[in-house]
Design a protein around this ligand. Structure first.
Ligand SMILES: *Cc1c(COP(=O)(O)O)cnc(C)c1O
Ligand SMILES: [Zn+2]
Length: 415
């Protein structure tokens, strides 16, 4: 089955053969993978998907991979959890959490994009992979490069959380800490990608990389029993994930896998200290004003997001909206999800929970409609965010009487 037409410019529509390129030579628009949906229709069915492996690769026919999967065989197919306690707390009828905080192997949804990009890099004969990262991408590229026995160069802002740095270094990449913001790291990586023949997963491989995010959307729909939720709240950094979840829903519609009209509203979640996409939504303008990030949600701290315009368009086209979360609200969001559902997410997850809550309180998301909250990363990587907030543990000497006294104290405090 010939499923790919190569690449296509998102702006002027010009076609390009499949290659490690990402920008249109004519209009500088971003390139996107172009599928032959006519060839896929009737071939990709609910049944054919169900016979696939319990990983993102059950949707391989809808991903830009021609040959065998090179790395990340077990990525994806993470739990979609009916969050009844959280729903109670938010006063909502139907809330779901799509939990990529337990995505294999590096505990964030970035494993989805990296598995595709690194497999594609191998297809094109690259021996070195690289990335500009806000943290989770660094973890994932280093892990998959190790698995694929490829060299890796990982570029990060020097002020990244220690948890994210250690969870990268453990795989023995070359880690380059740059004194600057992510946006400065990214600009540097564009120059390096021009000079060295490396597969930068989110620069020259971005068209392939971003397709991996579609699997997050496919899974939501399949795990809901081939229903689409009324609302999906998505954390945004570069703006790719929200754009590609929307693309996934549209592809399922095109392939005839949805019974109903596609009515899902896509909502963007960002930190107030770095929220240029949500600012576009609130001001209803398609002009992105870059910002200098200042937030604890470092994994979302991209001041000049590559897909910001398309993320804005996604919310607009779907009838969705967006919300900012302050650092305080981010921590509250992390604690709320942990307290209600037993899920420890990182700061980005706190942003999403907080934004969802505000959209519900504002009435933008009606309380009687189905909501999926996208949890994309693991809290054990960013414990620093909670350091000063959690100190209520009981300290005693190892004796029963000491414990009895402590218990009596606790009880008197709570009554
Ligand atoms: C990168 C990242 C995002 C946002 O992804 P984009 O596709 O760049 O918008 C969301 N959550 C987490 C935890 C991330 O690491
Ligand atoms: Zn073009």
């Amino acid at each position: 089955m010939e499923k790919l037409n190569g690449l296509r410019c998102r702006e002027c529509g010009r076609h390009y053969p499949a290659a490690p390129v990402h920008v249109c030579e004519f209009c500088f628009g971003p390139l996107e993978v172009d599928y032959r949906y006519d060839a896929l229709k009737g071939v990709v069915t609910r049944e054919s998907i169900a016979t696939g492996p319990p990983s993102m690769w059950r949707y391989k026919d809808l991903l830009p991979i021609d040959g065998d999967i090179a790395v990340g065989h077990h990525v994806g197919f993470t739990p979609l959890i009916r969050a009844r306690n959280l729903a109670d707390e938010l006063g909502c009828r139907e809330v779901w959490v799509k939990n990529d905080s337990v995505c294999h192997p590096s505990w964030s949804f970035k494993d989805r994009v990296v598995a595709v990009a690194v497999t594609k890099a191998r297809e094109f004969g690259f021996d070195t992979v690289a990335c500009a990262s806000t943290g989770n991408l660094a973890n994932s590229v280093a892990a998959h490069a190790a698995e694929g026995r490829l060299k890796s160069y990982i570029f990060i802002p020097a002020d990244l959380e220690q948890g994210k740095v250690i969870a990268t270094l453990v795989y023995s990449p070359t880690l380059v800490a740059v004194h600057g913001t992510y946006d400065e790291v990214n600009r540097l990586c564009s120059e390096i990608a021009d000079k060295y023949r490396w597969a930068f997963v989110n620069v020259n491989f971005r068209p392939y990389y971003s397709e991996g995010s579609k699997s997050y959307g496919f899974e939501i729909v399949e795990q809901l029993g081939w229903r689409t939720p009324a609302h999906i709240v998505v954390p945004c950094a570069g703006g790719s994930l929200i754009t590609k979840i929307w693309k996934a829903l549209k592809e399922l519609k095109i392939l005839g896998l949805l019974d109903e009209r596609l009515k899902t509203k896509m909502h963007a979640a960002q930190a107030l200290g770095c929220g240029p996409i949500v600012t576009m939504i609130k001001n209803d303008t398609d002009v992105l004003v870059p910002v200098r990030p200042n937030t604890i949600a470092k994994s979302l701290a991209i001041g000049n997001p590559a897909d910001g315009y398309y993320a804005y368009k996604t919310t607009k086209e779907s009838g969705g909206s967006g919300e900012h979360a302050t650092d305080e609200e981010i921590v509250e969001g992390m604690l709320l999800l942990a307290r209600t559902e037993g899920i420890f997410t990182e700061t980005a997850g706190g942003v999403t929970v907080a934004a969802a809550r505000k959209l519900i309180e504002r009435g933008v998301i009606p309380r009687d409609e189905s909501i999926v909250i996208c949890i994309t990363g693991n809290g054990l990587k960013t414990p620093d965010a909670l350091q000063d907030r959690l100190d209520a543990h009981v300290k005693i000497n190892p004796s029963l009487s000491a414990f009895d006294r402590a218990l009596a104290d606790l009880k008197s405090q709570t009554t």
